[in-house]
Design a binder for this molecule. Structure first.
Ligand code: NAD
Length: 403
């Protein structure tokens, strides 16, 4: 079993035992409802492919499709299980699923990539759809790939069902606000924490690891909505840039698109440090928007921030989280803090099923209206039971899934 699956299952077991469920109930929940393992051909070669449909207790399966050479059935199962927890934690009427193909898409021509995407969707046609299982993009898959998959699926099915895939391009029924949704959700969740502590107007500082899709939109929306808060450091996989006077992420040499750190005006005279030093910088809030396992038992002792926001999936390991909890460092957990993406996927599906197209304001307002109560309930439960936010979020999700 890979470590992600073992970690996910262990966290679920602890939370479910705390709620009083016995082993037989927990074992049954951990077992996916259905595993599809098959092969998809592209350019004359066959690639192993999976779709794990973990739980449909709360609604249709929902989860991304990943094209990567490190994909394994265990990893897909772990991610499907965590999707069941995430959709339940934010109270969406959806279940959990995940898909993957063991392939390095960089080795494929564009025509082969399309063949792979279409083959994947064709194989799964009887098992997916807006009322059954709704895939979305994940690592190395994007709106164009979702458009191909939907087209193939609808051809095979013989009728239109645009809600069968989310993360589509706008002209195929995609949603306004989807690109920024995960970063925006992170700001909403952090904002609720700051409001509860009366900190929204305090001159707090933020260090941000990861400046891709999630990190950039998080920073942009944060500076707009909480102008008193100052972003003082950004890291990507190469460097950390430290700029104590503050970083305006909209002042860039490439105004038409999301910038790389090198393209930010305020980083021109920043101090440049090794990439991993972001973890130990002096800042009030550390935002993790890069990869899993960024804070481990090895570097947790160096964290100086009082609050960590998990925007990546699993950026703080279980052992590190235990150490941080003992030091009263707050973690806003991934299953709530990065649920903005799946929430707007759900809104895309709602728009498709109703034949509607909402404007961006309606999407953003609805996103906040879904995340805020879930966040507040997590805070209340953690306080009442004297447990971490992560434990509280898992317990809330499992209460809905096992009850
Ligand atoms: P991305 O590929 O656009 O950006 C990743 C960023 O992390 C880049 O700036 C990269 O340089 C940086 N990075 C990579 N390795 C690093 C390292 N060792 N140290 C410091 N920085 C490093 O990815 P993204 O879409 O922004 O996603 C970021 C994370 O959020 C991923 O873990 C993803 O699974 C998770 N997530 C994304 C979404 C979404 O909607 N995109 C939703 C939920 C969770």
């Amino acid at each position: 079993m890979n470590s992600m699956l073992a970690t996910a299952q262990a966290a679920i077991r602890v939370a479910a035992k705390d709620l009083g469920y016995d082993d037989a109930v927990i074992d049954k929940f951990l077992e996916p409802e259905r595993i599809h393992a098959f092969e998809v051909k592209a350019g004359g070669k066959a690639y192993p492919a999976f779709r794990v449909q973990h739980s449909s207790k709360l609604g249709s399966y929902k989860g991304g499709i990943r094209f990567h050479s490190n994909v394994s059935l265990d990893e897909v199962q772990a991610l499907a299980t965590l999707m069941s927890i995430k959709t339940a934690a934010v109270n969406l009427p959806l279940g959990g699923g995940k898909g993957g193909v063991i392939v390095d898409p960089k080795q494929l021509t564009r025509a082969e990539l399309e063949e792979l995407a279409r083959g994947y969707a064709r194989h799964l046609t009887p098992h997916i759809g807006s009322g059954k299982d709704i895939p979305a993009p994940d690592v190395n898959t994007n709106s164009e790939i979702m458009d191909w998959m939907l087209d193939e699926f609808e051809k095979e099915l013989g009728e239109a069902d645009p809600g069968a895939f989310t993360g589509k391009s706008m002209h195929k029924g995609g949603s306004e606000g989807r690109e920024a949704a995960t970063g925006r959700g992170g700001v909403v969740v952090l904002g609720e924490y700051l409001k509860a502590r009366h900190l929204t107007n305090k001159p707090l500082t933020v260090a941000l690891q990861g400046f891709g899709n999630v990190g950039f939109f998080f920073a942009e929306i944060l500076q707009k909505e909480y102008p008193a808060i100052r972003l003082v450091a950004i890291a990507n996989s190469k460097h950390t840039w430290l700029q104590p006077k503050g970083i305006d992420v909209t002042k860039t040499t490439v105004p038409a698109r999301a910038p790389r750190p090198e393209e930010l005006e305020d980083l021109k005279d920043a101090k440049v440090l090794p990439s991993d030093e972001i973890i130990a910088l002096k800042a009030d809030i550390l935002v993790l928007a890069a990869l899993e396992d960024a804070v481990t038992a090895r570097n947790a002792g160096s964290v100086k921030a009082g609050v960590i926001v998990e925007l990546a999936n699993g950026p703080v390991t279980k052992d590190a989280a235990k150490q941080l909890y003992k030091r009263n460092i707050v973690i806003l957990p991934d299953i709530i803090a990065n649920a903005g993406g799946v929430t707007v996927s759900y809104l895309e599906w709602q728009q498709n099923v109703a034949g509607e197209q909402w404007d961006e304001k309606r999407v953003n307002d609805t996103l906040a209206a879904i995340l805020i109560p879930s966040t507040r309930t997590m805070f209340e439960r953690a306080k009442a039971q004297n447990i971490s936010y992560k434990q509280a979020a898992f317990e809330l999700a499992l209460g809905r899934l096992l009850g």
